[in-house]
Every structure is written in C-alpha cells, then in structure tokens.
Design a protein around this ligand. Structure first.
Ligand SMILES: Nc1ncnc2c1ncn2[C@@H]1O[C@H](COP(=O)(O)OP(=O)(O)OP(=O)(O)O)[C@@H](O)[C@H]1O
Length: 357
C-alpha cells in the first residue's frame, strides 16, 4: 500500500509535492515576478484589504508611520506579498527577515538599530523567535527603544538605544501561538483566509498574462479547482500546465489541456495528490472507513506518522473527507464518493451514528 515503493526517499518526495503550500527555491524566484505590487492588484481577502487600506491611508494622511501589523494565515496565502504592498503603499523601504533567523537578542538589536525612519520590517514566522529577542521586540514596538546589554554577570549594563519609528509586519501561521503581550502590541491583525475558486481564477489569469501564456476561462477554472485555496499552489500548477501545453499542445491552455496536464502530475480534480489519495484509499479499502489509529494508518501507507498527520491530513480534514475523532481517523461519506467507492452496508466498523451512515 506504499504510495511509491521505488521513488526517492520521503523528504525528497515531499519536496516534490506540487500541492505543497510552502515555497521551494524555484517558487521564490518566479514568485517575485508574479507578486501583486499594490492593494488594487492583490486579489481577494476583501476584509483584510479594506481594513489595511484604512490603516495605511490614515497613517499617510497624518504623515505618521503605520501601526504594527500582524498577518496570520496558512503558507502561500500572500503574507509576504502583503507586507511588500504595505511598504510600497507607504512609500517606505522594507527589510525582510524571519523568526528562526533571529537566534539572539543581539541579532534583533542589530537589525532594529539599522532601520531607517518609516521602514517596514517584515518578520516572517514571528512565533519562532527566541524568547530574549521577543522580549526586546516588546519595547521596540511600544517605545521605539531597545536596551542593549553590554557585558555579563553583575557587571552587565543596559545601554538604551533610541530607534527611528518603524512598522513591524509580523507573519504567522499560528496566531494562537503568539504570547498575548506580543499579540497585543500589534495595532492591526489581518486574518488571511483560503481563497475561493473564483478568486484563484483571477490569480491564475493575472499570472498567465505576466507569463505570456494563453489561457481561457475554463482552463483557469480547472487549475483553480485543484489549487487547494492557495495562490502559491495555483501559480505552481499554472507553470506545470504551461509546460504541458507547450510540449503536448499548441501552447494554449483550455480545460482539456489543464486537466490532462494535472493528470500527468497526479493532482486530481479536487487538488488531492498521490499521498492524499493513498491515505484516503487505505482508510477506505483497508479499514472500512475507520475509525483507525493514526499510527496504523501511517504504517499502511508506508509513511511516518508525522507525514500523515502534518502533510496529508490537514487538507483532507479541511475538505471534509476525513475526520479526527477520539476513536481514530474516520472517512466521511464524501471520501467514498471522491474515490468512487461504495461504503459498506452499515458504514465502517463503529462509524454508525458519526455521519448518520
Ligand atoms: N492575493 C493575491 N493575489 C495574487 N497573487 C497572490 C496573492 N496572494 C499570493 N499571491 C501569490 O502567491 C505567491 C505566494 O505568496 P506569498 O509568498 O506572499 O505567500 P506567504 O503567505 O508569504 O507564504 P509563506 O508564509 O509560505 O511565506 C506569490 O507568488 C504571490 O504572487
């Protein structure tokens, strides 16, 4: 039941996942070219856009630096893009770093003390910053000041350092993980949602224009439907479909070309890839739809527990195909339908009552 017995090892296989929302090296280079440059170009996220627009316009009208902004949401939804737009709209430079890159408070002090007035500091994965750095950030955000500690032990002294006013844009996939004192210091928090298929169609049409690829509305809709609500995935699938269109068709993307191309890459009509389908297939075919324990399910697909839990399950749960219950993993009726299988007469073992099966 291993979903790929002969391929490269797990890490390599997962790196190659087309439907992974995290960026890879290739992505970051192409993404730079595809990033919307202002709020008008930024597709979807109407609420966040409207609220942010007010925050920025008001700050500009006052001639002040914008309040600190926290952006929360899954990978690939546009947090980095939005931070760049914030800087562009404020006419300010931007410095980009991330929580894991700041190991010591001194690292943060060095960055903060070199900021220009009004500069935007984008701190990705802010929840992964070290504790001492986080504490230094509190004071920097509130008073535009840091205490640099010189020396060690009883002789250590704190030298206060004034900072120019700046705007911190923090990004996190897990707003709940931020300590409240940090969360409270942001003047505005934007929650980024997964995109609707029609919004992703607009993202795809826009990217196709920039990449000079001919695509019709149905072709864009076909790719959008498989993009798991995530612009980064939509752009990546578009590039793979473009390859296929160039090699196997006349370079133009319509529904048929998009569908055939994504068939080759094993991304199905709902955006599930091979790993997702292997997990779902095992749950249905070997365990009658569950409930089954995570470890057993992982062994059945020849994967690590963590891979199944962190890589495959979140999307399956989001799609309403799999449920995590106290008794184990359970397939929903939609899972049977998606894989074209018929559920056992009385539901899976012990499933009765869970979904009314
Ligand atoms: N609203 C949008 N409109 C058009 N393109 C978008 C939008 N949001 C994101 N994109 C595109 O998706 C890609 C990924 O966006 P971005 O790097 O900003 O995501 P992110 O949330 O910062 O991801 P991560 O947290 O993984 O760094 C970029 O190519 C960007 O151009």
């Amino acid at each position: 039941m291993n979903w790929d017995d002969t391929g490269p090892d797990t890490d390599e296989r997962l790196d190659e996942r087309l439907v992974d929302a995290d960026a890879d090296g290739e992505d970051t280079a192409v993404e730079a070219a595809l990033r919307p440059k202002d709020l008008d170009e930024f597709v979807g996220q109407e609420k966040v856009r409207e609220q942010l627009d007010l925050v920025l316009k008001a700050a500009l009208a006052r001639g002040a630096t914008a309040d600190h902004v926290l952006l929360s949401g899954a990978p690939g939804l546009g947090k980095t893009t939005l931070s760049m737009i914030i800087a562009a709209e404020m006419g300010a430079p931007i410095r980009i770093t991330s929580g894991p890159a700041i190991q010591h408070a001194g690292d943060l002090a060095a960055i903060l003390s070199s900021l220009q007035e009004g500069e935007v500091l984008f701190l990705d994965e802010i929840h992964r910053m070290s504790r001492p750095a986080e504490e230094m950030l509190y004071m920097a955000m509130e008073d535009f000041r840091v205490d640099v500690i010189v020396g060690k032990g009883p002789g250590a002294t704190a030298i206060p350092l004034e900072l120019p006013p700046f705007t911190l844009v923090g990004a996190t996939t897990r707003a709940g993980l931020l300590p409240p004192p940090l969360r409270d210091r942001f003047g505005f928090t934007g929650h980024m949602e997964f995109y609707a298929p029609t919004e992703l169609e607009r993202v795809i049409q826009r990217s196709a224009r920039l990449l000079d690829v001919a695509i019709d509305a149905e072709g864009a809709a076909e790719i959008a439907g498989r993009s798991r609500g995530t612009p980064r995935i939509a752009n990546r699938l578009l590039r793979r479909v473009r390859d296929y269109a160039q090699v196997k068709a006349d370079g133009r993307i319509d529904r048929g070309v998009a569908s055939a191309a994504l068939g080759v890459y094993e991304v199905d009509g709902r955006g599930l890839d091979r790993l997702d389908r292997a997990v779902l297939g095992a749950l249905l075919k070997l365990f009658g739809g569950g409930p089954v324990g995570l470890s057993t399910l992982a062994v059945a697909v020849g994967e690590e527990r963590e891979t199944v839990e962190e890589v495959a399950e979140p999307f399956l749960v989001r799609e309403g195909l799999l449920a995590r219950t106290p008794r184990g993993r359970v397939a929903t009726p939609a899972a049977w339908a998606h894989l074209g299988l018929v559920p056992p007469q009385h539901g899976g073992k012990g499933q009765q009552g869970l979904f009314g099966a």
